[in-house]
Design a protein around this ligand. Sequence first.
Ligand code: ZN
Length: 229
Amino acid sequence: MAESMACKKVLSWIKDRGIPSVDLYTDCSNFRALLVGDSLRFLTTLLLTFKSDENIHSSMEEANAVQDRDHKFLRRAVEEAYKAVECGHGGPFGAVVVCNDEVVVSCHNMVFNNTDPTAHAEVTAIREACKKLNRVNLSDCEIYASCEPCPMCFSAIQFSQMKRLVYGAKAEAAIAIGFGSDRIIADALRGTTFYQKANLEIKRADGNEAIIAEQVFENTKDKFPIHSK
Ligand SMILES: [Zn+2]
């Protein structure tokens, strides 16, 4: 039977300290130990400590897997943001709707293309996802947005009952190059109970992904002279 990490740690701990006359039988797969000797309580505590240590390890692995997954979909949203500018469809914003780990739709800002000020990436993605799935309830879906949603998009996300929102750049990065207006201040939205009590998990990307998402504005601002003043 393969020894688990916890068992290996216990055995090497005992060996390192030269603890005598302890027979240790372990069912490594279940982290159970039958101990013969005087050190029963001590070693049980030790084993439990190592077990929880291993739990921490597996929780960390789980968190890393979520992180990798989030990064993958967020990068797709960022690619869409660049596409919006390349195609001349709209501002540098992208959004991806995911259901059961599968991309349902991958969209970008279509404001110029549709001559529609409401055709933001998130609204477009929600419309397309509903059409594709043929339903108005997206409670089993997540949305990845290259940038923090504006109040209109945030409301649309709420109306679609999406369970999770992951975004890259902070709204301030978009506002800094002229997207959004003074009337739409991200802090004003964040401070509302509407936002705080929203029935969905809201996650802001961190590290490299946040930087990549914010760079979109710097890399595309020349395409929007009206916005780069
Ligand atoms: Zn929006």
